[in-house]
Design a protein around this ligand. Sequence first.
Ligand SMILES: NC(=O)C1=CN([C@@H]2O[C@H](COP(=O)(O)OP(=O)(O)OC[C@H]3O[C@@H](n4cnc5c(N)ncnc54)[C@H](OP(=O)(O)O)[C@@H]3O)[C@@H](O)[C@H]2O)C=CC1
Ligand SMILES: CC(C)(CO)C(=O)C(=O)O
Length: 323
Amino acid sequence: MRIAIYGAGSTGCYLAGQLCLSGFDVSLICRPAIKQKIITHNGITLSDYQGFLHTVMPPAMITDIEQAPSAYTPFDVVFVTLKCHQVSSIRDSLIAITHSNSNSSIVFMQNGLGSFDSINESISHCTRLQGITPFNVLQQPNGRFHKGTEGVFTLQQNEHTQTIQTAMQAQGFGCDLHQDMAPVIYGKLLLNLNNALNAITDLPIKQQLSQRDSRRQLAGAMTEWLSVCQAANITIHQYTKVKPKWLPVILSLPNVLFTILAKQMLDIDPHARSSMWEDIQAKRKTEIEYLNGAVVRLGKKYGIDTPVNSTIVEKIHQREQQL
Ligand SMILES: NC(=O)C1=CN([C@@H]2O[C@H](COP(=O)(O)OP(=O)(O)OC[C@H]3O[C@@H](n4cnc5c(N)ncnc54)[C@H](OP(=O)(O)O)[C@@H]3O)[C@@H](O)[C@H]2O)C=CC1
Ligand SMILES: CC(C)(CO)C(=O)C(=O)O
């Protein structure tokens, strides 16, 4: 199976590493700086907060695909690991690098709501799937991609992703498959409401969550999303030990009680940060409109006030303007 990772950055390189170690023929479609970093450091080094460490060199790294996409042999599976706002710009290349006879699957791996809809209907010749990275990946300068929290890649089920799951599980990586990705995506958004707060506090997630004020803001943002879900009759997947509706309650507890009850939530790498923190540090546009911004938009649609999320969106836009 020929696999491409389109937009190999933090999550894309981590996924590429696991797929290479699982025996697949993987091509990275990436920026020249990423390619250079991987060559300089003799491969992609995967590490995690539980001590996993492995280096693997991807068989191919392509940096010019948009100049002549049809020059490449079509891929069977393309994972799109770009940021939400970058997805729609690669439509033509995606069509050119996939089989024209419905034999390819494209898996969109974005957080939040809206990016899949921005491209899905404009591609009809192959299967479009969604996927989620439930854990945090921090890109380090030495070609190392570090998984800082728990979880395994979660993909929409079809024959391609089933083959991938079998190979990844054989290597001990794990991979979850779901037929209906909607609850998975909506449930992940609940967790991603912390991305912006983490970027604003400028602290590692573990340290940020040890501050009750910051936890209360997160609880407020989550309560708004849970109210919107209820009004819109949306079911959400449970990522944490406790049911989603209890998260705001637990987050609002005083520090001592929180530390006891939220042991699993705090069992993360002390250096883990959100991907939006990485964006702000790198002076890049953020995904705020697809995360807290989506809560505000759906809140308007279903008549639910979302003042906490609106304030967060505003603060991030201010930061973006300062960049
Ligand atoms: N990082 C994380 O820990 C997690 C991220 N996610 C989600 O996963 C998705 C991907 O995030 P992440 O991996 O962090 O993103 P990154 O920004 O790290 O990776 C995307 C990469 O694609 C590059 N790129 C952009 N456009 C093109 C193009 N046309 N051709 C080739 N390369 C291109 C980007 O370069 P450039 O910088 O120049 O734009 C960047 O190197 C997001 O929706 C994010 O929210 C989910 C869970 C965890
Ligand atoms: C894993 C998590 C929730 C970490 O903040 C994330 O999705 C991100 O950083 O984008």
